[in-house]
Design a protein around this ligand. Structure first.
Ligand code: BG6
Length: 489
């Protein structure tokens, strides 16, 4: 069979022979989103769709699917309401979006729903199916798509959480790969859609000076903090089944860590980049129980949907190692939690102290700081002379970027656009998600203690058990940062 035949067959929806990978370059000619009446659609998807229309990136039918007994007018009203609350209605863009919208109402287990969907797709042959629904429904939807002749030539976009542990992630991969090629599966981690997360790679690989110090010879430890100053809001039932490790560490923070630690890819294509990320995870041994502290904020058990004797963590601090040529011996400390004093995600790479005659106690270690939110900052911490007379030193920061990122494309908009173009760079690959689960799987299975903490503090006092030498740097968010963040919103 010639390559042209394989390509043509691929376009018709047939899989290429085993071992042959075909790069897909077509643009999806319809977007179908399951869970159209749900929370994610309300908060994120409609604003992203309006943004895409506004930029001229979306001009194909958008079909919402849900089981709500609704009609198209009700979906349009919901979209309008969503936009009023999340980002604002742009009358021109909204009108165009309304004209692109279609709606299919029905049960995800019922083949009739998918037969109707096939009719609604009309002449679209390369739809993108976005599963913005709970993972327990993925299998049913994917099976019905195949049975109803909807899956040929299609892509599938899958929301997080991708599995609950290593075994369930493998199972989910098996289900998806039973119906779709890996090249057509787009596993969402919205952190990958954030510009400052991509900027970490640009800072590292577009600046030759950065390469010189970003390794075990100069860096002493890496600290990653994802703090949120709010609780579980109306998501108690979901959160109680999930906990902080599954909710943000295994996905968002490991993606951040991969960007920090990966080697420069040999080429700029999606697979070369994703290969390097997988290599980072492969070099990380499973987290040991002794390197983990779990906390739960006081009052969590009174939240709606949370068990009265819940053992779920709302805070975690852990230490891991990357046994690679570049990073061996440099501990990585990760800390994340709800009801902490501020909302801020920040990464600090601490340098080794120099061998100077100045007493160690007077020196603050240099650092490189990436702040992802609320403001976007890249800064280097250094020592300077404060007073020549007193020979005293001061620690100061050189700020490279302090960007309110106004006008910045929202993460979901970027990701949906990329998936519809078939660009997998910003999505988690099959082997990546499984490696990420492998690292945390043992600590999820062990019954480790859960320590209470007072809301608005930096976690339980036992956090000292997993604390970097010199302690955690608690990010402060002042008025300046808040006003930068406000400009960006
Ligand atoms: C989600 C988690 O994936 O990410 C939430 O489920 C968390 O619990 C959120 O609050 C944080 O995302 P962002 O973009 O606000 O930093």
């Amino acid at each position: 069979m010639s390559l042209v035949d394989i390509w043509r067959n691929r376009q018709r929806g047939q899989k290429p022979p085993k071992g042959i990978k075909i790069m897909t370059t077509y643009h999806s000619d319809a977007l179908v989103f399951f869970g159209a009446t749900g929370d994610l659609a309300y908060k994120k998807i409609f604003p992203a769709l309006q943004g895409m229309v506004k930029r001229g990136h979306l001009n194909v039918p958008v079909i919402g699917v849900a089981k709500a007994g609704w009609n198209l007018d009700q979906l349009r009203a919901r979209a309008h309401d969503s936009l009023e609350k999340h980002g604002g209605v742009d009358p021109g863009a909204f009108e165009k979006l309304s004209n692109l919208l279609r709606y299919v109402d029905g049960d995800y287990q019922d083949l009739a729903t998918f037969t109707t969907l096939r009719k609604e797709l009309r002449d679209a042959h390369h739809p993108a199916y976005y599963l913005a629904i709970p993972p327990v429904l993925f299998e049913a939807v994917v099976e019905q798509l195949a049975k109803s002749n909807c899956s040929k030539g299609a892509r599938v976009i899958v929301e997080k959480p991708f599995g609950h542990d290593l075994a369930s992630a493998r199972e989910l991969n098996k289900v998806l790969l039973g119906m779709f090629d890996e090249a057509d599966i787009f596993r969402i981690d919205h952190y990958l859609g954030k510009q400052p997360v991509s900027n970490m790679l640009v800072f590292r690989f577009a600046n030759s000076f950065a390469e010189a110090f970003w390794n075990r010879n100069y860096i002493d430890s890496i600290h990653i903090t994802m703090a949120e100053n709010f609780g579980v809001e109306d998501r108690g039932a979901f959160y109680d089944q999930t906990g902080t490790v599954r909710d943000v560490v295994q996905n968002h923070l490991f993606q951040v860590l991969s960007n920090l630690a990966m080697e420069p890819p040999a080429q700029s294509d999606s697979e070369s980049q994703r290969d390097e990320k997988v290599k980072v995870l492969k070099a990380i041994p499973p987290v040991e129980v002794k390197n983990l502290v779990r906390g739960q904020f006081r009052g969590y058990r009174d939240e709606k949907g949370v068990a009265k004797d819940s053992q779920t963590e709302t805070f975690v601090a852990l230490k891991l190692e990357i046994d690679s040529w570049r990073w061996k011996g440099v501990p990585v400390y990760i800390r994340a939690g709800k009801c902490l004093p501020v909302t801020c995600t920040e990464i600090v790479g601490k340098f080794r102290k120099p061998p100077t005659l100045i007493p160690d106690s007077v020196l603050t270690a240099n650092h490189l700081r990436f702040r992802l939110n609320p403001d976007v900052t890249i800064a280097m911490g250094m020592m300077l002379l404060a007073s020549a007379e007193a020979m005293s030193l001061q620690a100061r920061e050189m700020v490279a970027s302090r960007d309110p990122h106004s006008g910045e494309m929202d993460a979901y908009e970027r990701l949906l656009g990329a998936a519809m173009e078939g660009d997998a760079t910003l999505f988690a690959r099959e082997d990546y998600v499984e490696e990420a689960w492998r690292i945390v799987d043992p600590i999820l299975k062990e019954k480790t203690p859960i320590y209470p903490y007072v809301p608005n503090t930096w976690g339980p006092e036992q956090v000292d058990l997993v604390t970097p030498p010199g302690g955690w740097d608690n990010p402060s968010v002042g008025q300046d940062e808040l006003s930068l963040a406000k400009q960006a919103a």
